[in-house]
Design a protein around this ligand. Structure first.
Ligand code: HEC
Length: 173
């Protein structure tokens, strides 16, 4: 269990594992692969060198990475939003971020846990939002890591709106 436990401790940085629909399966796979690698070393320490175990474990890790690769929710569900090809106004994006993100990501957070903006990420100014557009997409659209634990109750439609705005070029118009 050593290697899986190390991974679990740092897993909050890997939203494509814990925020995945099949997160428990991913955890099981990581435990099995970690135990397999450990088994290789246990055998090796006893003087039995099994040359097959490590390549198999490596192939399994790559297969897992491929299977859990985030698929963009925007391109997956173009029909869910009634905006069609209409331009997404920045004012709408601003409202979504104000409601769903600023309780943590602001110079003066109102969240009961996060008293300082996590990782220094703040969405107080329009220019700042624009410069962070690609990070917003990774965290909120491509993966559903943010808002953390969806504490602020963002809807799937709002995620799609954010993604569409960024795909359109993240303009402040
Ligand atoms: C309940 C508090 C909370 C809310 C609400 C929240 N976040 Fe976060 N956010 C965090 C925490 C905590 C981290 C640091 C996570 C880490 O250490 O990997 C973070 C990190 C981030 C990062 C940086 C990720 C990185 O690894 O560089 C971005 C970008 C981000 N959040 C965007 C958003 C967006 C966009 C929203 C709203 C849709 C949002 N967050 C809502 C708590 C929150």
């Amino acid at each position: 269990m050593t290697l899986p436990v190390v991974f679990i401790m740092i897993s909050n940085h890997f939203p494509n594992t814990f925020a995945h629909q099949m997160n428990w399966m991913i955890l099981v796979a990581i435990i099995l692969i970690g135990a397999t690698v450990r088994h290789f070393f246990n055998l090796k320490n006893k003087g039995h060198l099994n040359i097959w175990i490590l390549p198999i474990a490596t192939a399994a890790i790559f297969a897992l990475i491929f299977v859990t690769k985030p698929a963009s929710t925007v391109s997956n569900s173009p029909d869910k939003v009634s905006f069609g090809t209409e331009h997404i106004p920045f004012a709408l994006v601003r409202t979504i971020l104000d409601q769903r993100c600023l309780s943590c990501h602001s110079a003066t957070p109102t969240d009961d846990v996060f008293r300082i903006a996590p990782k220094g990420i703040m969405f107080d100014s329009d220019k700042k939002i624009q410069s962070l557009a690609s990070l917003i997409k990774t965290q909120t659209v491509t993966t559903i890591a943010m808002p953390l634990g969806n504490k602020t109750g963002i809807t799937p439609e709002e995620r799609i709106i954010l993604g569409r705005w960024i795909e359109e070029g993240a303009s402040l118009e």
